[in-house]
Write a protein of this length. Structure first.
Length: 362
């Protein structure tokens, strides 16, 4: 799962980094999310997807129960009745609704709660304790990152946030949990990244932000059988329309597959994507190619020349940007390691089955 926000981090000019989904991104989204967030991801994406993508050896889920985490206010539930509703005089059983909810969305919700608890425990082991105001500040910052700095009215910002999250299938409580998780992970990661801030890394970051770029549209497919349908559709339909219809990338598909511009050295973009993209001419479509179980097809929208910016004049910005990149990468690494090493015992049979299948990559 990606530790960025569902919309991805901002780039200069308000664009967002491209988001490429791993196998689990499609299943659990991430969160995507500073976030959800960021995602992945190659991916991102969205929330625990990237961290959960690592597949440990198949084995029973050992260990002790995971402690509950009161990260958000609980929703009161009445257990006085076996029914959740009466419709035209006939009851709808509470269990019918609850079991459907658990099978449909329970795994993703469980992963969010689990990730917060693992991050909190790791932080506590290092003597890091975050107060409720600090966690709330982290949530507000990630919300502002999704909405963008141009929105000043709080009511409008809340409307935009909920619209963006709804588009990505993320609830506001789920987003809040991802922000809490990221707050702990960030505090753990920040002291660890100093060795990565080298002159060479700063030059790569300068190229990522200000060097020559390409902008592509992108179709991502998990089903190899759909590739022939896409290729056939591209013979008579515009690439954006085909991307909206077929692509399984939840971030780019609604925009016709359009991704933010990226440079040849951008570490946020898989190298195979960069190589294919920079080999295309504007208006041309690539052949299908595979990365980590996904099939990708690109269409080159345009090439963008390097910006006339002197390195010395933006050196501080480059350092801040690189620091943020490294922190997010370390956050993903930390969460991945936590998930692989955690001792988890799940008492709900359905959740245990789903979680074990996810760990085994089924």
């Amino acid at each position: 799962m990606d530790t960025r926000s569902p919309a991805g981090p901002h780039l200069p000019g308000g664009a967002r980094t491209p988001v490429f989904m791993s196998f689990v991104t499609a299943a659990v989204l991430c969160v995507a999310v500073a976030a959800c967030s960021a995602p992945p991801a190659g991916p991102t994406g969205p929330t625990m997807a990237d961290a959960m993508a690592a597949r440990p050896a198949a084995q029973p889920l050992p260990g002790r129960p995971v402690a509950s985490t009161p990260a958000i206010a609980p929703v009161p539930v009445s257990t006085a009745s076996a029914n959740i509703a009466i419709v035209n005089g006939r009851p709808i059983a509470y269990t019918a609704w609850f079991n459907l909810l658990k099978r449909s969305h329970g795994l993703r919700a469980f992963q969010q709660v689990l990730a917060v608890e693992l991050a909190r425990q790791a932080a506590q082991a290092k003597g890091i304790v975050l107060t409720e105001p600090q966690l709330e500040a982290a949530y507000r910052q990630e919300a502002a990152d999704v909405v963008g700095p141009e929105t000043k009215d709080p009511a409008e910002a809340d409307r935009i946030l909920r619209t963006v999250l709804a588009r990505r299938g993320v609830g506001i409580d789920e987003f809040r949990l991802s922000a809490y998780r990221n707050a702990y992970l960030r505090r753990l990661a920040e002291p660890m990244i100093a060795p990565g801030i080298t002159d060479d890394a700063l030059k790569v970051e300068f190229d990522r932000l200000y060097g020559p770029k390409v902008q592509v549209r992108h179709i991502q497919l998990s089903d190899s059988g759909a590739v022939s349908k896409v290729l056939e559709a591209l013979k008579s339909e515009d690439f954006p329309d085909v991307a909206r219809k077929f692509s399984q990338n939840i971030d780019s598909a609604p925009d016709g597959g359009l991704l933010a511009p990226f440079s040849r050295l951008d570490p946020n973009v898989p190298p195979e994507i960069r190589e294919v993209a920079f080999g295309l001419e504007p208006g041309k479509t690539s052949g299908p190619f595979r990365i980590d179980g996904w099939t990708h097809i690109l269409w080159l929208e345009k090439r963008l020349p390097a910006e006339p910016v002197e390195y010395d004049k933006v050196a501080d910005q480059i350092r801040r940007s690189l620091t943020d990149q490294l922190v997010r990468q370390k956050m993903q690494e930390l969460l991945r390691n936590m998930l692989e090493s955690a001792s988890i015992q799940i008492y709900d049979d359905e959740m245990a089955r789903q979680f074990q299948a996810l760990r085994e990559g089924q």
